[in-house]
Design a protein around this ligand. Structure first.
Ligand code: UDX
Length: 448
């Protein structure tokens, strides 16, 4: 097998999981990051973030010599055949994407390509709005390499769809591979890497032009976010109808093959590093191109409203929130990660603090990240039970497995008043309703 040598620029979730994934099947990987702490940590086989199974595979890759991390991008380009750009594309104040890191990488890659004689393929994996690879990355690469894109070096856009919490699994088992190509040779080179890598388990490969590949990523995430806001809308309607339950409705409509059951979990809405950012960027991009994407704006609005709705549910039970003790169970934007980016816990806690509540929070792994957001404005508990002690109300914000194990008795025994708002619908309403005051998103009340 002729394994490719690969460099990967930017050791965030996507970069590191891609690096470890490729290394796991014998590709030699040079990972690049300009943060010396990350470089050190990766070389010591310690993932800079919490991601299930990643540390084990990282350890193996480092031990077997398939992966090393360096700060020098030029060295990485000169010693590899294919480079993936996986740097961050954060949001600017106006919602559009900030291409600073893409720009820096493209300039440095261009300069390194200038020193290289052999053909090299550059692949943009970072999420970028349509036109970026063609009109921004390509001119920078050509200018700084003094070479011609297509003949001297190749260029592809290859979006990723991995989910945090299952990032490594998703890297190794994608539903499909999208290859946006500058020209046939660029696409052929990337396709041969994937054909070799996945062998008999190769998923469908779709080859497109660069802009289509860029749009596919946004269209994909915007659709999933739309599903979530849709089911939350129906959940809110359920709450107006006695004895209905969004989970039954979601199960039923999910059985329709045209809809499918995924991303129909009603709750506090979506957070994370992708959906909120990608929605903003797609909306800003559409507006810049004189199109007002009303549907996408509504998706965002519904997501924001779920926070107000949850606060309303608490106020219905407690009245004024001033000096009320509230327990927050779960801080990360979803389970199995310590990532707090756009976590729903942030707007909920901020609103509770604004209304004068006294907040104590617990999360199995995200507390240290949460401390950099809330500081000493809230208290932190070292277990779920400790978090519940003497509180007036508890909100389930993240559906961690360990929280699912709590019983109505746990809430009854430790809280001052056992009022539970199940923001992720992790408990059986029948079991909990009998013993404590239990409110779940998308549960029609008995007394309506
Ligand atoms: C997402 C995309 O799924 C992935 O393809 C993309 O590349 C990166 O963004 P991720 O952000 O890791 O992945 O998380 P995901 O599992 O998609 O969940 C996003 C948010 O939606 C979370 O806050 C989650 O709690 C919420 N969600 C998800 C729901 O509220 N209901 C659902 O049914 C599913």
């Amino acid at each position: 097998m002729n394994n490719f040598t690969i460099s990967i620029i930017g050791m965030g979730y996507v970069g590191l999981c891609t690096a470890v994934g490729f290394a796991s099947k014998g590709n030699k990987i040079i990972a690049v990051d300009n943060d010396p702490e990350k470089v050190n940590s990766i070389n010591k086989a310690l993932s800079p973030f919490h991601e299930p199974h990643l540390n084990d595979s990282l350890q193996k890759a480092i031990k077997d010599g398939y992966l090393r991390c360096i700060p020098d991008l030029t060295e990485a380009i000169l010693n590899t055949e294919i480079t993936f750009i996986t740097v961050g594309t954060p949001t600017k104040a106006d919602g559009s994407i900030n291409l600073q890191q893409i720009q820096n990488s493209a300039i440095e890659i261009g300069k390194a390509l200038n020193k290289k004689d052999e053909y090299h393929l550059v692949v943009v994996k970072s999420t970028v709005v349509p036109g970026t690879t063609e009109n921004f990355v390509k001119p920078l690469l050509e200018k700084h390499s003094n070479k011609h894109c297509g003949s001297d070096f190749g260029l592809c856009m290859n979006p990723e769809f991995l989910m945090e919490g299952s990032a490594l699994y998703d890297t190794l088992h994608p539903d499909r591979i999208i290859i946006g190509e500058n020209n046939q040779k660029s696409g052929d080179t990337l396709e041969s890497l994937y054909t070799e890598f996945y062998s008999k388990e190769i998923p469908p490969i779709l080859r497109t032009n660069l802009s289509t590949a860029e749009l596919i990523k946004y269209a994909n995430n915007a659709f999933l976010a739309t599903k979530i806001s849709y089911i939350n809308t129906i959940a809110n309607i359920c709450e107006k109808i006695a004895e209905t339950d969004i989970q039954t409705v979601a199960k039923a409509i999910g059985l329709d093959k045209r809809i499918n059951p995924q991303f129909l979990r009603a709750g506090l809405g979506y957070g994370g590093s992708c959906f909120p950012k990608d929605l903003k960027a797609l909306i800003a991009f559409s507006k810049q191109n004189n199109y007002n994407p009303t549907l996408l704006q509504s998706v965002q609005k519904v997501n924001q409203q779920q926070i107000n709705h949850t606060i309303d549910l608490i106020e219905t039970e407690l009245g004024e929130l001033s000096n009320k003790k509230i327990a927050i169970l779960g801080l990360s934007f979803k389970p199995d990660t310590d990532d707090m980016r756009e976590a729903r816990s942030i707007p909920i806690i901020n609103q509770l603090l604004k209304e004068g509540a006294d907040v104590t929070a617990y999360d199995p792994v995200a507390i240290s990240n949460a401390k950099s957001i809330f500081g000493d404005k809230i208290k932190y508990a070292s277990s779920a039970i400790e978090c519940l002690k003497n509180t007036d109300c508890c909100i389930i914000v993240t559906e961690w497995n360990e929280l699912k194990k709590l019983t109505p008795e746990d809430y009854k025994q430790h809280m001052k008043t056992p009022i539970l708002i199940d923001g992720r619908r992790i408990y059986d309403p029948k079991q909990f309703n009998q013993k404590i005051t239990y409110k779940g998103i998308g549960l029609g009340r008995k007394d309506l």
